[in-house]
Design a protein around this ligand. Structure first.
Ligand code: IMP
Length: 431
């Protein structure tokens, strides 16, 4: 299969960065198609850990082209820092490895301020955003007042757009959020400096990708966040502001859906969520603490402790349907070692009924209680196992249980954060 899409099947933080890094060896081009610096994709190479926020994880392997597609919202200031950081770690030596869509929208300083200030104002009702300005930037994109990468290269257009935006934003900031106003000239000057630094990366990525398809290049699409954070199909309003599902790989890059050959859903062997919102299998108890400690479940972008709970088949099945998932990759299976029994949620009980699908109605979801199956645990440390046949029987059974319950083959199992801590059952590029 030439082109593979990677998506998270839960609430993000499924370990997509590691799987993308692994699959990058088989790909020519890696594309980010949505989200922005709210993502934190962790890749460990040798002793070195790198957290990528905006640059595709493929940058850690030489000879690959990494594309930030039109569907991404870009914070240039943090992107510059990220580029420097990645370079200081010895990666990204070839300037042509990064291509940024000229159509992508920019996260402006006022977007970040509005995001943080709104959350502060909401107090206990806050969404728990990452504070990176994601929501306000997408609002402007849809509201047709957003500033795109290409716009900052035209002085008059940029200044006019900035002025128009600041009329509204400053009024809102000062009169509603009690914040200080932004100055057009200051932002203009700041962005004039940035544009010189990024100009070499900017291009029509749509054309590049289509030319690459004609040359039979293999494309890996790197999703960010997870399906349950999708603005249409997730636990709205406790979601991010982009579509996180596989269809967005087309929209956020300009490659039509017929070119998406395999859709690999990444599922953590248990479930985590960061930020507010419903989480039916959450274990706000010793089990949750155990999973958090053992799995080092702290946000890669914000450092916040993640909420932890059991594997939830209702959400994963929902994701499988919405994304047309063809294969699953199971991550962090090693974290479950030493648990006597492992619970898996098979359905949600609402009143006297067990719901087969994921409820859209928030008030129903809040009243649902998970129905659990219990699966036998294993004692062995599995973090150095590289072949499925060497796995303890109970661990193999857990994988098989998930395959049978979802009807989707598990093709990769990750048992630790390092590159080599992975069991490959099938390569999605070869299926
Ligand atoms: P925003 O994307 O910063 O607006 O945050 C909206 C919600 O999505 C919050 O609950 C965040 O914690 C969550 N979120 C955003 N990005 C990620 C991610 O990469 N991993 C996990 N949760 C995320």
């Amino acid at each position: 299969m030439p082109n593979v899409v990677i998506v998270g099947t839960q609430w993000g933080d499924e370990g997509k960065g590691k799987i993308v890094d692994f699959l990058t060896q088989h790909a020519d081009i890696i594309v980010r198609f949505q989200g922005g610096p709210n993502a934190g994709h962790t890749v460990v190479v040798g002793e070195k850990q790198t957290i990528l926020h905006q640059i595709p994880s493929g940058i850690l392997q030489p000879g690959k082209k990494c594309v930030i597609g039109n569907g991404v919202v870009i914070d240039i200031e943090t992107l510059m820092k990220e580029i420097e950081e990645v370079r200081s770690q010895g990666y990204f030596k070839d300037d042509t490895a990064l291509l940024i869509s000229e159509n992508a929208h920019l996260i402006m300083p006022y977007h970040k301020k509005i995001d943080i200030s709104r959350e502060k104002m909401k107090g206990k009702d806050k969404l728990g955003t990452t504070g990176r300005g994601i929501g306000p930037a997408y609002e402007d994109k849809v509201g047709r007042s957003g500033i795109r990468v290409i716009d900052i290269f035209d002085d008059d257009l940029f200044r006019n757009k900035l002025e128009d935006n600041l009329k509204e934003k400053n009024f809102y900031l000062q009169n509603y959020l009690n914040e200080e106003a932004f100055n057009t000239e200051e932002i203009f000057q700041q962005f004039s400096k940035y544009r010189d630094k990024i100009k070499n990366y900017i291009c029509n990525t749509f054309l590049f990708l289509h030319e690459s398809l004609n040359e039979n290049k293999r494309i890996l699409f790197e999703g960010a966040q997870g399906t349950m954070l999708d603005v249409d199909h997730g636990t709205y309003p406790f979601v991010t502001s982009s579509n996180t599902i596989s269809a967005q790989a087309s929209i956020g890059s300009g490659i039509g859906p017929k070119h998406l050959d395999a859709i690999v859903g990444i599922s953590k062997a248990y479930t985590t969520r960061v930020g507010a919102g419903p989480f039916p299998t959450e274990q706000d108890n010793d089990t949750g603490n155990y999973l958090r400690d053992k799995g080092a479940e702290y946000g890669a972008t914000t450092g916040r402790p993640r909420r932890c709970g059991w594997f939830d088949l209702v959400t994963v099945r929902h994701s499988i349907q919405i994304n047309s998932i063809t294969h699953l990759a199971l991550t962090k299976l090693d974290v479950l070692s030493r648990l006597k029994t492992i619970k898996v949620c098979t359905g949600y009980k609402y009143m006297d009924e067990v719901l087969s699908g994921f409820p859209t109605d928030f008030s129903v979801l809040e009243k649902c209680t998970p129905v659990y199956d219990e699966v036998e645990g294993w004692d062995e440390d599995i973090s150095s196992i590289t072949r499925l046949k060497d796995m303890p029987e109970a661990a193999k059974n857990y994988i098989e249980y998930i395959e049978n319950a979802t009807g989707i083959p598990v093709i990769m199992v990750s048992v630790g954060s390092r590159r080599n801590q992975i069991i490959t059952i099938k390569d999605p590029f070869e299926t």
